[in-house]
Design a protein around this ligand. Structure first.
Ligand SMILES: Nc1nc2c(ncn2[C@@H]2O[C@H](COP(=O)(O)OP(=O)(O)O[C@H]3O[C@H](CO)[C@@H](O)[C@H](O)[C@@H]3O)[C@@H](O)[C@H]2O)c(=O)[nH]1
Ligand SMILES: [Mg+2]
Length: 192
């Protein structure tokens, strides 16, 4: 694609927690014609996400937390999600270990990377790296809850995989990364 894209202007519209740019570029269509377009691009870095599953008890570890952007669209309940975090200059593997301890008080042993995915590629640069890992009750070494100083107020949930999939079906789980990992664990028969 590189010979089909010429960036004309790259302008920062907003630089706060994240960076919002407006990029104007020429794009050579498949039929050879050039077209100029402008796209807003939201950059908040990359992230990583993990779903710990207990192969013996058939449970998964999830977290529940208030998400203002979801609330603003009318989703009043806290979001039930897989454990996730922004990379903050660390590798995806180190990030999911740190986040599993901080958010869910869970020590992660061997984690398996299962795929990477852009979650909203029309406007958001973020790519998520997805992991699963077996855990047992003995790996729950802390209370979790997240970092209160950063505004995190996280509840740890431990449903069975069946219960979690039922929550996807009835709309109690509406977070894409979480649905993807629950389905991965089901498709690969990892948690019963
Ligand atoms: N001050 C401030 N803090 C923010 C802002 N946005 C996020 N934060 C804080 O930054 C921290 C980010 O926490 P992480 O656990 O590292 O990230 P996350 O919010 O859980 O993000 C994960 O889930 C997202 C949603 O699915 C993913 O987009 C992301 O990649 C990651 O996987 C939280 O304390 C959050 O409150 C902001 O605009 N301003
Ligand atoms: Mg998080």
């Amino acid at each position: 694609m590189r010979d089909r894209i010429r960036v004309r202007e790259d302008r920062v519209l907003s630089k706060g927690w994240s960076v919002l740019r407006s990029v104007t570029f020429d794009y050579r269509r498949r039929d050879g014609d050039w077209q100029t377009m402008t796209r807003e691009v939201y950059d908040r870095g990359h992230g990583a996400v993990i779903l710990p599953y207990d192969p013996v008890r058939g449970t998964v570890l999830l977290v529940s937390q208030f998400r203002y952007p979801a609330y603003a669209t009318g989703h009043a309940a806290p979001l039930i999600e897989a454990i996730a975090g922004l990379l903050d200059d660390t590798s995806p593997e180190d990030t999911i270990r740190r986040e599993a301890e901080e958010e869910a008080g869970c020590r992660i042993g061997e984690a398996r990377k299962v795929f990477e995915a852009f979650m909203s590629p029309g406007s958001v640069t973020e790519k998520l790296t997805f992991f699963v890992a077996p855990y047992s009750a003995a790996d729950r070494v802390g209370a979790g809850g997240g970092l209160a100083a950063e505004g995190e107020d996280i509840e740890v949930l431990e449903p069975t995989l069946e219960e979690a999939l039922a929550m996807v079906a009835d709309g109690r789980i509406v977070d894409a990364k979480t649905i993807m990992l629950l389905q991965y664990v089901r498709l690969n028969s990892l948690a019963g």
